[in-house]
Design a protein around this ligand. Sequence first.
Ligand SMILES: Cc1cc2nc3c(=O)[nH]c(=O)nc-3n(C[C@H](O)[C@H](O)[C@H](O)COP(=O)(O)OP(=O)(O)OC[C@H]3O[C@@H](n4cnc5c(N)ncnc54)[C@H](O)[C@@H]3O)c2cc1C
Ligand code: FES
Ligand code: FES
Length: 1282
Amino acid sequence: MPVRPEGQEAFQEELRFWVNGRYHVVSNPDPGMTLNKWLRSQRGLTGTKVMCGEGGCGCCVVMVTHPDLTNGGTLSYTLNSCLCPLCSVDGWTITTVEGLGGQKAGFHPIQRRLAEFNGSQCGYCSPGMVVNMYGLLTKNPQPSQQEVENHFDGHICRCTGYRPILDAMKSFAADADPEKGGCIDIEDLSKHHCPNSGGVCSNAAVNCTKGNPLLRCDQNGVTWYRPTTLEQLYSLLEQHCTSQNRYKLVCGNTASGVYKNDGPYSCLIDIKAVPDLHICQAGPPLVAGSALSLSALLDMLQTGSDRSPSYGVLAEHLRKVANVSVRNVGSWAGNLMMKHAYPEFPSDVFTIMEAAGAKVTLGWKDDSQTVAVTDFLKTDMNGKVILSLEIPPASPDEIFQTYKVAPRLQNAHAYVNAGFRMSVDRQNGSVVTAKPAIVFGGVNKDLVHASATEDFIVGRKVTDAETLRGALAILEAELKPDNSALQSAEYTKQLATGLFYKFYLCAVGRESLSEFVRSAVDPLVRPVSRGEQHFKTSEAEWPVRKPLPKTTARVQASGEAIYTNDLPRTAGEVCAALVTSAVANCKLGTLEFSHAMDMPGAVTCLTAKDIKGENNCNVPFISPVTPRIELLSTGEVLHAGQPLAVVIADTQSHADAMAEAVKVTYTDLKPPILTIHDAIAAESFHYPVFEKTKGDPIGALAGAPHRISGEVASSAQHHFYMETQACRCAPSEDGMEVQAATQAPDMVQTAVAQATGISAHRLYVSVKRVGGAFGGKTFGSLIPAAVCAVAAQNINRPVRLSLNLATNMEAITKRAPYVLKYEVGFDDAGRLIAVVYNLFEDNGSSAQCSFIPILPAFAENVYYCPNWQFTGQTCKTHTVPTTMARAPGISAVHFFMEHIIEHVAKTLNMDPMDVRRANMFQNGQTTLSGHTLLDCSVTKLWDDLLESAEVKQRKQMVEDFNKEHRWKKRGLSVVPCRFAVHTNFFRFTVFVAIYHTDGSVVITHGGVEMGQGIDTRVTQVAAATLGVPMEMIHVMSTNSLTSPNSSDTGGSVTSELNCQGVLECCRRLNERLNPIRQEMGGAPTWAELINMCHRKGVDLSEKYMEHHPPKSPHPTYNSWGVTCTEVEMDVLTGEREIRRSDILFDCGESVNPALDIGQVEGAFVLGLGYWLTEKCVYDKDTGRLLTNGTWEYKPPTTKDIPADLRVTLLPNAPNPYNVIRSKAVGEPPLLMSCSALFALKQAIQTARQDSGIGDDFFSLDGPATVEACHQHCLVDSSSFTL
Ligand SMILES: Cc1cc2nc3c(=O)[nH]c(=O)nc-3n(C[C@H](O)[C@H](O)[C@H](O)COP(=O)(O)OP(=O)(O)OC[C@H]3O[C@@H](n4cnc5c(N)ncnc54)[C@H](O)[C@@H]3O)c2cc1C
Ligand code: FES
Ligand code: FES
């Protein structure tokens, strides 16, 4: 029974707050409910999206305003609504994307600009981007472009490649080109539109409660308190600090994004309303209350940096902690407490504050105590609260630096962080006058200070090389990294040593170092990014070929675009969740549901025996056979993440909690096979070897003047679509209605029919749009849809299933890893003579989707070789089955061919660009798959790009730079691509109807709108062909009724084929309209014409199936492109910066150049993730995926893209092989992303040469992570010199 703290008036027991200007009172709120869930499920404000629930993606961002207990007045900032407890918003004002504008109220300038700049593709990230920008402009109406870019460190967009989003947002900057939009008028910024009335609401920000009362909410066995004085807080702590009453203090609650399984707690105490915890003294020493957010501390430190430069260093480091929206609410105290609870947590705050000599003051009922930050770690915090932090300034003779090296530049925890402080007497021979602070985080859970090294250095001269030598030797002995599956001990140790060396050189003094050595000290500098887009368009044909934004871009930016999981709930609807296996390669023992059924909201649990149709979630595709894959396991457990059962509850959170509560036992546990090498060793394969041969490869190889052999690999990749898998199934009079987030409605229809036994004609499948797919919503959408349908069928109620990110990443398919073993023969000029190519594909536990048979059509890329032997084997491992993913397998074999070319070049000591040019296909030459090329334009593209990107001059500059810098290296690489487009295997049914009522036109097509702009493109084609304005045309959801039997949206050809289908429908309609038009004198208005046609009984609708049955297995045509990428790398850490990429791509005659540029950039950046940062790691004992969330898995963010990105669509290049004259664009540009990896490889090669031990050729596998790049540089501390 909750007790009222001593001497306190009555509790307030309901929440009162404002959302978009409207007052809300919530009685009896659930302390476990987040603001995100409440907005979406209780208020229908689904513009605020949800994806990770970890603060790692930004799609859930909202703006809040509340009283500022530090400075008075009010405080407005953005936060991640997925981490914000609803209970904490009492007295606040919340602004969601709906509050900014929309169709009814008029769009907000930020929404408009994002749309106009083509910054919204699938649109799932767009509302979060808009609100984030709104938060920045509210705080600072005239930011600089740099400030705008810095502000987008917590948002993931998987579609656009960020450039257009950043351009849109930077157009509001004070230093932006006014022609691009200019700053926003403050009046326009702060208007809050009521989403219901459309009118302008009164300024909601003034509505915040002043002086919060003591609050208590109690539900589901958890009590939430909000004390308003320190006394109340202490009193509550005293009541709850017994072990039976597990309590937790809550400040920003962001730690729940990192340690998700923390708890359970029976008592949560919100400390934000305690004024004593908001103290703030500029100092020095600077004193900050514990409720101050990281952003507030950062601002204080920044302001204080002119008093003490060390404050500036700390502020700079805090900018690298988490992201803006996490820092806005996450407190420094909460961060320190995470380190306290989880010593292995690489807390940046702890490391830098310890290095700075900061102290924390702790308080409890009877006393308080001030301790050093390290001593705080050893203090029992039960019943205590952190009150404040005191940060002394560094003294004038102290050198103070901090470092953080992470898998990704932004929003990533550190591999290693470090803080160093050292007093050096420059007047007296640079002697170290006091014990320095050498502090590391991330090395092992116990190491804080490298104490022996600190002791060694004191009293010695830093300028003495022996001091450095001795310090390094001691440090290396002191550093004993923990073993981790996610980070090698070697790297951790070398990185920590490298950071120490960087600092040591600072202590010696930059000015006394040669430029060669000084390169260790200077950080990589990233300028504000920029982009150029070049294309030609034929205005005579507009609206076809016009560079238009997506027709739905504005409603996407305003949050009004509806995704499957946004659909309003229907009566009786419940939610399902998957129970998945925690281990691989075993037998299912028992499933114990009783605990789960006791959970709140539980409805029922289902297993394989409840499947009324076939327990199989696979459907026929390109694999030679269609292996059966159990939808729910009947006993065999092949991979961790495999679905075992389904649980159903009243809400998705309750269903997810139920799934966690199901107790599963396993038997016959055997070690899992997790890699291609394991599979080869165990001879674990799905199919016999696939072979394709051209010429006499073995004989030619034997006779070749030069021969090489080697091995290279690429890894898996999560699609990381922002909208996770979702489906809603509703039993109906007709059978069942299925609304699925799928790019393959036809496959979903087949899978649902199979699992339920309901025949296809009773299943109506529809999809309006998906929030990204990239191949992951073909096979990937079958399990969610089939399971959801089975659940709906069993309980005869509408069921919705929306996977949480961890389940999505563990249970649903991903891109396949590959290994190539090769032997190659070539002549003195580097021309290929023979390629013997043994390819291994990891298909996981089932070869649902092996690409081996189609890969010979892509393996050569643009290079001719007369003798080829291609063998391919599909490996069977105990991982989730692999599947299509933007350029599946194709991107890997393309990279492998480029790798071979680089190997040839290195062997002959030639420039790889010369070897590339020497081997390029000429028209008339025949490929490995027997296709004689007639459309080869690669040499022209190559020569054009080399000139436009000034490759020769820049290459010389790179070489000069590398000679002058030992610890920074640059690389420049040019990579061409050929993507063989096969349209013949696809079919799409299109339907166009004109309504006699007003002449408006409706289209449904067989493709799925997933960001590529297919709806816009077909609208352009229809408008141009029928001669009506685009506004008169609307595209309805894709569905199984009007577009039956359509292919999945993939292969980069869906837009083109559906455009052709619409063109044909419109032509046929014109054939029927034209005679009437002539009868009417040739110039009736459109409405008059349609009206007359209707009266005369003309059929005003047309359907057409676009399909060209394959006449041969050869491609319809090829897409060509060339990309040059330049990078710079820090040799001591492996961090890198993509300085510039120039992409020249042959898009034929683009239907919409703006959208095609978006596809080029988006594909390229998705590929950058594939080749540079996205790594899948499994637990080697259980086979469980360790990288199953945003904390460990790192897709690119805004600063991972090229700082200078120039895209050109090849002009005057109509595609003669289709009537629309455009070319496929969705996948081909991704092939060229590996140019960044090869540029890094060159940078690494020069670092290896400098080391004197590594001039040989080496393989740089994908992904070339920060760690991998560093490890290939062969850095040895013996080369650390002064
Ligand atoms: C996406 C993401 C990225 C991140 N990246 C980084 C990173 O790069 N580097 C890094 O160092 N950290 C990172 N973090 C961690 C982040 O800094 C912390 O989550 C945040 O600082 C915690 O503060 P909070 O106020 O939200 O704590 P809460 O979540 O509210 O609380 C965390 C813990 O601290 C306790 N606590 C809070 N305040 C007090 C107090 N005054 N006295 C006693 N106990 C208290 C709570 O009881 C709880 O146990 C990241 C977090 C997220 C979500
Ligand atoms: S859903 Fe909130 S940050 Fe991803
Ligand atoms: S548009 Fe950004 S995730 Fe799709």
